[in-house]
Design a binder for this molecule. Structure first.
Ligand code: ADE
Length: 235
């Protein structure tokens, strides 16, 4: 895990991220030195009238984000050939067929100092963008969104809450669902006051004050949930 992370999001809708920056843990991470900046493909397009996409060769529905447009935006931001950029910086395309995001990948990304996220729209990216400019292709699930922006927010949300101080005092992302601390299993159940509601009680062990027994009970609950959900365990 790194102390602060600089994230650049390439998108056609930079203003969508204004709301996202205001989310508590994101705002905390930004206040502690991380950054989340957007680059608008349209602001850097070499084409006329702000064009960024085109019809697919071979025919078919929808529009495809152009390789020359993405290259221009990356060059404007980093002042170098995107082909060499990806060797020193993770450049991640959000795409439904990519590597599925899970806690392991989130930890991996939270250990970086800098990330670049490329959002596609419509039918997605010209394949040469993925092949030559990107170090990673990431998917948030096997379904198709209208664009990569929500997926980029999901990645940033999950990664930024892992940064030190993002969750605020006393909260931790260490022992939570799918973390290594729980062996990749879902988290154990939580209860709070009232201890009884409509006859629904809290397991006695949690009220016992016996820390070792509580730890053992939680570990057992977490294991049982992993088995129920088809073995989410990392080990
Ligand atoms: N872009 C469109 N659908 C997506 C998905 N499921 N994951 C990541 N990026 C996407």
């Amino acid at each position: 895990m790194t102390l602060a992370l600089d994230v650049d999001v390439f998108t056609l809708f930079p203003h969508w991220f204004d709301w996202f920056r205001g989310q508590r843990h994101v705002a905390n991470a930004l206040a502690l030195g991380s950054s989340l900046e957007c680059v608008d493909y349209r602001a850097h397009t070499p084409l006329r009238a702000g064009q960024v996409d085109d019809t697919p060769f071979g025919g078919g529905a929808g529009m495809v984000l152009r390789v020359d447009v993405v290259e221009a935006a990356l060059r404007a931001r980093y002042g170098e050939d995107p082909v060499t950029l990806r060797a020193r910086r993770r450049v991640i395309a959000l795409t439904p067929g990519g590597r599925l995001l899970d806690d392991g990948l989130v930890e991996e990304l939270a250990a970086e100092r800098e990330l670049t996220l490329l959002c596609g729209r419509y039918e997605g990216f010209d394949e040469r963008i993925l092949e030559h400019f990107c170090s990673d292709l990431v998917s948030i699930g096997r379904y198709v969104l209208a664009g990569g922006e929500l997926a980029a927010m999901v990645v940033c949300d999950a990664v930024m809450r892992k940064l030190p101080g993002a969750l605020g005092h006393g909260e931790s992302a260490h022992e939570e669902s799918f973390s290594a601390a729980l062996d990749g299993a879902p988290e154990y159940p939580h209860y709070t006051r009232p201890a009884e509601w409509r006859g629904w009680t809290v397991p006695d062990v949690l009220l016992s004050g016996h820390h070792a027994r509580i730890r053992a009970w939680r570990a057992e609950q977490s294991r049982a949930r992993a088995e129920q959900s088809g073995g989410a365990s990392l080990s």
